[in-house]
Design a protein around this ligand. Structure first.
Ligand code: SAM
Ligand code: SF4
Length: 319
């Protein structure tokens, strides 16, 4: 039986999101500035060995689920050894969030290396709008990536759509339709007012608006540790999720920790990074007491306002 990692509020933390890089092959307008560069003097991302060494400690403390994110995690040349190494540690659920551009060729190798499933971010089904919101991405590549993920068994497949008022609200029905004949989940995420989204042109468009417009959506039980409220359209195979981060509705049961690409522990998406675990690893310090002390200070609830002032963009935080 594994130990339980508890924070100061008594919440059990069993889910770690690891950012593999801040770099990305897209520049989604609400996420990343066009000319984004790593800050001057920025440290290089953790090596595969550092990631595995830190993940081992977290696993021994009680982490059972890991999600790899970024930036764009598929850009890591050593992604397959990272996935293999994490699975070999005994991580029960190993997932990855990607923009899907490089997924076509990587889906099967990732599955073979031990990845369980993927979430693919997709904000529009219109190739011209996709090109514009991502500043240059090809929708066809993402669709090929989705097909490859299904073929390779990286399932249940989830599609993440950020709700962008003035951009994709007219596509909500078409996106929900993707769940008609396939057992996938389309999850609508409210835009968080942080990083690039603060300067953007998009109106806030709430999950509640969609729920009001679709009374036929049938509520389903929530997944354990999940952040989405789940629904199904009558007779549809897949599910529809709504993630409303602003309302703090999932802070009370938050089970997450985050590790930045340079090895800093982040206790909440909306707070500054904390203890530098890679530095501690390099110094040969005992990491367990450091982590146990740090998690005591995980905030009870997020304060989106603070994150707004931290200047961090979402590609740096890891979504
Ligand atoms: N590059 C990968 C991708 O796009 O899936 C992984 C990293 S990306 C930062 C993770 C998720 O954060 C994406 O689904 C993206 O749409 C979402 N995201 C970025 N900025 C956001 C914001 N301001 N509010 C809500 N979601 C945001
Ligand atoms: Fe890159 Fe993902 Fe941010 Fe888009 S949302 S710019 S794909 S990190």
């Amino acid at each position: 039986m594994k130990a339980d990692l508890l924070d100061g509020q008594g919440r059990r933390l069993d889910y770690l999101r690891i950012s593999l890089t801040c770099a990305c092959n897209l520049r989604c307008t609400y996420c990343m500035p066009m000319g984004w560069q790593p800050s001057q003097g920025e440290e290089s991302p953790m090596t595969c060995e550092e990631i595995l060494a830190l993940a081992r400690v977290f696993h021994e403390l009680g982490i059972r689920k890991i999600r790899l994110t970024g930036g764009e995690p598929l850009l890591r040349g050593d992604l397959l050894p990272i996935v293999r190494g994490l699975k070999d540690l005994g991580i029960e659920e190993l997932a990855l969030t990607t923009n899907g551009l490089l997924l076509k060729d990587l889906a099967q190798p990732l599955k073979d290396a031990g990845l369980d499933r993927v979430n693919v971010s997709l904000d529009t089904l219109d190739p011209v709008k996709y090109l514009s919101i991502t500043r240059g991405g090809a929708l066809s590549k993402v669709l090929e990536g989705l097909e490859a993920a299904k073929r390779s068994g990286l399932t249940p497949l989830k599609i993440n759509t950020v709700l962008l008022g003035g951009f994709n609200e007219i596509e909500v029905d078409a996106l929900m339709e993707l769940t008609h004949h396939e057992a996938l989940s389309v999850r609508f995420i409210e835009l968080m007012p942080m990083g690039e989204a603060l300067h953007g042109i998009f109106r806030f468009y709430s999950a509640q608006t969609i729920l009001n417009e679709h009374p036929e959506l049938q509520p389903l039980p929530q997944e354990r540790g999940g952040v989405a409220s789940l629904y199904r359209l009558p007779g549809y195979k897949g599910t529809i999720g709504f993630i409303d981060p602003i309302s703090c509705s999932f802070c009370d049961t938050c089970s997450r920790l985050r590790l930045s690409a340079t090895g800093k522990l982040r206790l909440c998406l909306h707070h500054e990074t904390g203890v530098d675990l890679r530095l501690a690893l390099r110094q040969g310090r005992d990491l367990k007491p450091l982590i146990l002390e740090a998690v005591k200070h995980k905030p009870k609830r997020h304060q989106l306002e603070e994150a707004s002032h931290s200047g961090a963009t979402m590609n740096e935080i890891g979504g």
